[in-house]
Design a protein around this ligand. Structure first.
Ligand SMILES: *Cc1c(COP(=O)(O)O)cnc(C)c1O
Length: 412
């Protein structure tokens, strides 16, 4: 654990793309020129008035931003503690926060003169968002998806194809997200001149973790302005679920230097951290190198990457963005976890009490909140990122809730 206390938590990464010892740029020689070009293009774009105006336009008229900040009155009453607000990024076009990042990278690709896009996807949400942006901007789209996931997530495969994307079924390894990302990186090495790689979370080689974060900080920037308007002060705590960590860093980053705000990142504990069947890279993994950056990873004693498990397909990545690894070691953010069952209970609770069916991913954040918010003072304020809607999860969730007698509505 690093004991130094920086006067800002928002300055990273350094010139080499490192957050403390994490992050960096571990890529094939042939990719280096391309990565450097991308870094330069991003550096210029992010302060360019035309690029900013274009982003603002699509955020407002295509994604539907700003998303509301909603006071969850009935859940607040249910737990009897702090006031809970939802940042409603599930209302975005395509149903989650991923489009915030995808539109940004697609516009950057356009600016760089690229018309061919590649992406990796696990559950298919990032693939759908990428295929959406490619349809919008008339770009060619190749999506790499593990063969196992192609079978498990057929509706998203159908969506991507309808939007015009080619979906590559990846059979290497265990045919899941980490293999899809390996394959996408391999493909990129041989098509580096023609293709732009849109990474779906705040991970990968520098500049991706910082760039994806910058596109997602719209969440935290809006939330901060909205809570100041609604309550006249900052929240006491903010909470988000963690897969690779993009929605979380998007909410957290604008609050990192606000000392009074406690920050919680919620990993998926699956069947429990001790069971080994989980996706908690910080709580149950250790540092290593994967997909171009150093970070915490799920690995066995020999350093082999272990497949992550969670009931939520969007959280089962065996790594985590490097900035979170650093925020964990610096102690600024508390990384906690919620099990499948806690997420399922929160999924049912949120649907029943607020009329909002959340995705299973943010249901983990709400599951954790349920363990602590009741002990907080009634005057305190908590903001949770409700980063996706749950329509995609009904098929997986309903049979379980039915079996557990937790479907409160009846078919008479
Ligand atoms: C993909 C996804 C996640 C996990 O990704 P992060 O990069 O950790 O945000 C979480 N929630 C939803 C709704 C998703 O689609």
């Amino acid at each position: 654990m690093s004991q130094h206390k920086p006067n800002t938590f928002r300055a990273g990464p350094d010139a080499e793309g490192r957050f403390g010892i994490h992050g960096g740029r571990f890529v094939a020689e042939t990719l280096m020129p391309l990565i450097l070009k991308l870094e330069e293009a991003w550096k210029q774009a992010k302060t360019d008035a035309d690029f900013i105006a274009e982003m603002d336009f699509y955020r407002k008229h295509y994604i539907g931003r700003p998303s509301p900040l909603f006071f969850a009155r009935r859940i607040t009453a249910h737990f009897g503690g702090a006031r809970l607000y939802f940042k409603r990024d599930e209302l975005n076009h395509t149903g989650a926060h991923k489009i915030n990042n995808v539109l940004g990278q697609a516009l950057l690709a356009k600016r760089m003169g690229k018309t061919k896009i590649i992406a990796e996807t696990g559950a298919g949400q990032h693939g759908v968002a990428t295929a959406t942006a490619c349809a919008l901007f008339d770009m060619e789209c190749d999506v790499f998806m593990g063969a196992e996931d192609v079978m498990r997530q057929k509706p998203n495969v159908d969506r991507m194809r309808l939007l015009g994307a080619q979906v590559h079924s990846v059979t290497s390894g265990t045919g899941t997200l980490k293999d899809a990302m390996n394959e996408a990186l391999r493909f990129w090495v041989t098509h580096a001149d023609s293709h732009f790689y849109i990474i779906g979370t705040a991970a990968g080689p520098h500049p991706y973790p910082a760039m994806v974060r910058d596109f997602q900080t719209i969440i935290g920037n809006e939330a901060k302005a909205q809570i100041l308007e609604a309550e006249g002060r900052l929240p006491d705590a903010i909470v988000a679920c963690i897969g690779g960590g993009s929605n979380a860093i998007g909410l957290f980053h604008p609050f990192l230097d606000d000392e009074s705000v406690a920050i919680y990142g919620v990993e998926a504990a699956g069947r429990g951290i001790d069971s080994g069947a989980h996706a908690a890279s910080l709580n149950g993994g250790r540092p290593g190198v994967l997909h171009g950056n150093r970070t915490y990873l799920l690995q066995n004693d020999d350093g082999q990457i272990q497949d992550a498990y969670s009931i939520s397909a969007g959280l089962d990545y065996p790594g985590i963005g490097p900035e979170h690894a650093w925020l964990h070691e610096s102690g600024r953010v508390n990384y906690v976890s919620a099990t499948d069952q806690q997420a399922l209970d929160a999924f049912a609770l949120c649907s029943r009490l607020e009329g909002i069916i959340p995705a299973l991913e943010p249901a983990h954040a709400l599951g954790f909140i349920g363990t602590m918010i009741g002990d907080m003072d009634k005057e305190q304020i908590v903001i949770m990122n409700l980063c996706g809607r749950g329509d995609k999860d009904l098929e997986a969730v309903l049979p379980i809730l039915e079996k557990q007698n937790k479907l409160s509505g009846k078919l008479l």
